[in-house]
Design a protein around this ligand. Sequence first.
Ligand SMILES: *[C@@H]1O[C@H](CO)[C@@H](O)[C@H](O)[C@H]1NC(C)=O
Ligand SMILES: *[C@@H]1O[C@H](CO)[C@@H](O)[C@H](O)[C@H]1NC(C)=O
Length: 351
Amino acid sequence: MKQLLVAIFAIPMLLFLTLISELWRNNEEGNSSTISSKIPISSLQQPYLPDRNIKYTKNGRRTHHFSILQKVERENVHMKPFPHLVIREALPQDIYSRIDSNFPPSDLFQKINSFRKVSAGKQNFGKENYRYDILPKEIREFLPEPYPSLLEYHSSCAFYLEVRDLFEEGIQRFRPDFYKFLNNKNLCSELFSEGKKDSGEDELLMAMRVGINSPSKIASSNKGPHIDRMSEIFGSLLYVRNESDKTAGGDFHIHSCRRRCSRILNLLKKNKQLESPLLKIIKTVKYEANTLVFFINSPLSIHSVGLRHPGNFNRQFLSIYGDVMKISKKYVHDESCCSNCVEGVIGCKFL
Ligand SMILES: *[C@@H]1O[C@H](CO)[C@@H](O)[C@H](O)[C@H]1NC(C)=O
Ligand SMILES: *[C@@H]1O[C@H](CO)[C@@H](O)[C@H](O)[C@H]1NC(C)=O
């Protein structure tokens, strides 16, 4: 009798457990959005774990609940005048509102900076419309969630693969120097993140900074048209505008050359910033909450931050980037970039 009872309960129980574990297994491996949408989103207080909160975009691209690129499909990538994309409402509201409500106030920037060594780029506070940063090591040490998790995801192999997936053509056309390097390497084993112990063999630095431009009493532009250092492969800004901030300006401009680019590029090499009638603005990305602008950095990736009107608010953002600083001498040849640059023939030469 007892055995019969055990059997009556045990058999359905076993079947049930098998079903559950089967579902679970599918969840772990799944790639369709129907499967991934069933994975519970863990509390954001929990640190980033590589296998948690994986998502798939509508077109089946693998992404993550922390990714600034989670709403992006390949068709959102524009190639002119350099590879870039702009996405509004880039992050889901649950993460964004935590970023917003925990955004460090000026005095925290200052305090964190006061611990920084001069050799690590200690900054002087008090300047107007000036950029201050919280560096990766400091994010890990001093900032609450979701900042450390955002940093971990955006320094991960998974994020690198997202960038490569979306921008492969852009990198190939605009950064042939890096593309060649990328193709020769299993880069995922070569990633490193600023402020982590460095094995010495690392190649691509992927990191995030939390940044502000301090307020200004007069209208001013803090960054005229420029290109970033050539060791930077990609750069981005996710704006974290305070909802009470009504200050006009501080928008991101994308520039292209009016005619041939070669002249302007030679001038840009000599000048850190350049206002010139040879340049025109072809796109403006408004400084708005949760708006992302992401680009491949190249000799043609000319951008600027527009005039900011006077106000009391910091211009707040996250900056997520990839850089080959350590190996740039080996792989990036600034001088040869666009040495015979005409429209249509662009990029750096790989030597
Ligand atoms: C995930 O996608 C890949 C490529 O599209 C496919 O080969 C694989 O079988 C898929 N896995 C699952 C569990 O659906
Ligand atoms: C926005 O700015 C106001 C005034 O400085 C501040 O009190 C408030 O906490 C800020 N909001 C957020 C979400 O940080």
